[in-house]
Ligand binder design. Structure first.
Ligand code: NDP
Length: 285
């Protein structure tokens, strides 16, 4: 009987990338599934992205994740985009389909799954998103595609916020408004889901919280954060203190890793085990 010693490769390209924990989660899943796959965390400078993608193509990598600053730049090196990635205008996951590189965006799908699993399906709901960067674009578009009734975008840089609101209104069935971020802004009336999709609260600025009127957050609302390091952000603590349901960024991270696992391997992801692996990494297990 012949034996194969060959590895199937996936990974992440970023700059910086050292603190990205996705490899721990994906490799735990590969071990559980008993498949010879490896997830490599690779430092790729912006000027080297084209060579890196050609390299992964040449080595028949099965796919790759992209993080800061490659999510938009990678598009020019791909063969095809999924409908969601096309609308969002950014790719965080590439799938190698027999030599053709397909760009997907699973950031928003990860958040969506996390909301649904927390009993907070955005379908028919009013979702307010703080931020208009890469994560905010993915979250706002996926919530709208999942049937959110209304999406409010609050962002500091007006042009970026207006562009995202126009994108969601133009490409999905959700009504979308933009509100400039004035200090201490009240959460729009009727908000069911309030999502911090900014980087505020991210390590090392762990005491920072979005400058909103927390007294406009109340019971019946859910507050979700994209920031996962640390998971227990001041934003979530303030919201929970007002009676809102807090949903941390670990779920988003694990769920998008699970979606990626499935896209790459075709297998169902061992999600509970992946969450345990991530919690272990953050000393929460
Ligand atoms: P970007 O740089 O693309 O966007 C950052 C956003 O935050 C912008 O809207 C920016 O506003 C806003 N912002 C930053 N600082 C402030 C501030 N002091 N006051 C008001 N607004 C502010 O970053 P990403 O969207 O790529 O990433 C955002 C966060 O999402 C990161 O913490 C990242 O780790 C996290 N993330 C988590 C994932 C998960 O799986 N849990 C997946 C992907 C990302 P402006 O437009 O005015 O500059």
């Amino acid at each position: 009987m012949s034996k194969s010693y060959r590895s199937e490769l996936v990974g992440v390209f970023g700059y910086p990338v050292d603190e990205n924990p996705t490899g721990v989660v994906e490799e735990a899943a590969f071990r559980e599934a008993g498949i010879p796959w490896r997830y490599l965390t690779v430092l790729v400078k912006p000027e080297d992205l084209g060579d890196a993608v050609r390299g992964m193509r040449a080595m028949n990598w099965r796919g790759v994740n992209l993080t800061i600053p490659h999510k938009i730049a990678v598009i020019s090196h791909l063969d095809e985009l999924s409908p969601a990635a096309e609308i969002i205008g950014a790719v965080n996951t590439v799938v190698n389909r027999e030599g053709r590189l397909l760009g997907e965006n699973t950031d928003g799908k990860g958040m969506l799954k996390s909301l649904v699993e927390s009993g907070r399906d955005p379908k028919g709901r009013h979702v307010t998103v703080l931020g208009a960067g890469g994560a905010a674009r993915a979250v706002a578009v996926e919530c709208a595609l999942a049937g959110a009734r209304k999406v409010s975008i609050i962002n500091r840089t007006v042009l970026r916020g207006e562009e995202l609101a126009a994108l969601v209104s133009g490409k999905t069935a959700a009504a979308c408004e933009f509100l400039p971020w004035t200090p201490g802004i009240r959460v729009p009336e009727g908000t069911d889901l309030l999502i911090n999709a900014t980087s505020i609260g991210l390590f090392p600025d762990t005491d920072a919280r979005p400058d909103i009127d927390y007294d406009s957050v109340g019971p019946g609302m859910a507050a979700a954060d994209v920031v996962f390091n640390p998971p227990d952000t001041p934003f979530l603590k303030e919201a929970a203190a007002r009676g809102a349901q807090a949903i941390n960024g670990l779920g988003m991270l694990v769920n998008q890793a699970a979606v990626n696992f499935n896209l790459w391997t075709g297998l169902k992801a061992p999600e509970a085990l992946m969450m345990e692996a991530l919690k272990g990494e953050f000393g929460l297990a």
